[in-house]
Design a protein around this ligand. Sequence first.
Ligand code: MLT
Length: 338
Amino acid sequence: MSIIKKLGTYAAAVSVAALMVAGAADAKNFKIAVGDSGGSSQEATGLGFKAALEELSGGNHTATLFLNGQLGSEQDTVNDAAIGTLDMSLLAINNITPFSPTVGVFTLPYVILSLEDAEKLTQGPIGQELTENTINDAGVRIIAWTYTGFRVLTNSKKPVKSVADLEGLVIRVPKNEIMIDTYKSWGISPTPMAWSETFAGLQTKVVDGQDNPYTTINAMKFYEVQKYVTNIRYIFSIEPLIISEQVFQELSAEDQAIILEAGKAATQASADFLREKEAEIKALLIEKGMEISDPENDEAEFIELATTAVWPKFYESIGGVEKLNAVLAEIGRDPVSQ
Ligand code: MLT
């Protein structure tokens, strides 16, 4: 079944035939920077987008994925897209936060507790508001959401089961204040490092560990340089596909509609990939020699320290505590007091 047919409501929403005819002029090959390697959730989103774009435009438009940070670090690609020298980028939302702080609400530790939470938040009014914010703040438009799974901790030195076990480990984090402060709440000072430098950093032991979801750990072959995995699950990683707003505005209205619909198909492809592959990929990591463990007490210690210290510190940058409460309400959780 084609990716478009898999979108249940799609056929009612858009006249595919009309879009195909309207999109016939100005064939385009959109260049997409992808932070991760082949086999990743990001690639699943990118391929889903490409397939839908080709189908919706009747083969007129296509896209080329440049995997594994070939077009620069994830944060650099935001700048490149903002000035229109890059069409699109697939990157973790934590690497957009420095340019559009309100999206940080999706990076606050232990807010999103399931894939279903992530789908609800990104595909509803909150996702729409954050999309508008990134256009205004960063000059890029979110057109699809990748659901990559929970970020887990990996390291090359020792099993970690408690916050105390982190002592002595040098952990790489993205250049993201929320993530830096989260590790500080657990008593260590992490090392901010661009994603494109992370494998080398782990390999040369400049850093001992990092955190990312299973699908990313597998795609990036971190099992070659990391042994121990701890399911701290502190952030559900959301990794948008962004388009340069400048590039988007130069498209015809019909092509804009095609891009947005292809984005919806890409989002669905990403959710399907995670649901179908995550358990298999976890088993593969064990086969490759990784030791996976759960923190003691169901992460309670990690949760308590991170939410107490980190959430209030970022209320202002995410637009006020009411923004966090709107997110919590959307996913059926209790508000925090104002
Ligand atoms: C990061 O750790 O910087 C990102 O999560 C990497 C990614 O996009 O997978």
